[in-house]
Design a binder for this molecule. Structure first.
Ligand SMILES: [Mn+2]
Length: 202
């Protein structure tokens, strides 16, 4: 079990004039989340991302919420993406590809991931309202854009259908979580190789 006992973990601290962010992740966790961003709905979504990816996450953000939630959400995505990338290292032995159609009540959302080292977001999700409570629905895309860019993953998210905007947002996070779990998991048949004929994924 020598190769699989490597601790795949990452820690990022990031401070700007807009936010102060610290993130720690452990890829082979049990989905224990300790999240504090000052934005209740966003905390709820990050909890889902951890719980359903089984990636342990500690995320602390102190942002300029007196302006709005934008910098807090975007910078959390940047730091979380960087921490995941750091934890993946040279991406040796990972499954690399995964997708899921995730149902929640009336809503269905697909997430497809390639842990490619090539950042790309394809976003086919429309909300029918600008807000969920006090949270700007457009920030869901902003989060995943920052996350995909900094994690070095290709991420496609498509909402097939759904009526409730809370459900639409939540299925995005849960679907990405489940796809991320599968794609970042160690595939024993890769035998510790980088899963690319190029020989590298960074
Ligand atoms: Mn919910």
């Amino acid at each position: 079990m020598g190769e699989t006992t490597i601790r795949r973990a990452g820690t990022i601290s990031r401070k700007t004039n807009e936010t102060s962010v610290s993130v720690s992740v452990s890829l082979d966790g049990t989905g224990v989340a300790k999240v504090s961003t000052g934005v209740g709905f966003f905390d709820h979504m990050l909890d889902q991302l951890s719980r359903h990816s089984l990636i342990d996450m500690e995320i602390d953000v102190k942002g300029d919420l007196h302006i709005d939630d934008h910098h807090t959400v975007e910078d959390a995505g940047i730091a979380l993406g960087q921490a995941i990338s750091q934890a993946l290292g040279d991406r040796r032995g990972i499954t690399r590809y995964a997708s899921i159609d995730l149902a929640m009540d009336e809503t269905m959302t697909k997430a497809a991931i390639d842990v490619s080292g090539r950042p790309f977001l394809v976003w086919n999700v429309a909300f029918s309202a600008p807000k969920i409570g006090t949270f700007d629905t457009e920030l869901v895309r902003e989060f995943f854009q920052a996350f995909a860019q900094n994690a070095g993953i290709t991420l496609h998210v498509t909402n097939h259908y759904g009526a409730n905007n809370h459900h639409i947002a939540e299925t995005c996070f849960k679907a990405v979580a489940r796809a991320l779990r599968a794609a970042t998991e160690i595939d024993p048949r890769q035998a510790n190789r980088v899963p690319s004929t190029k020989g590298m994924l960074v």
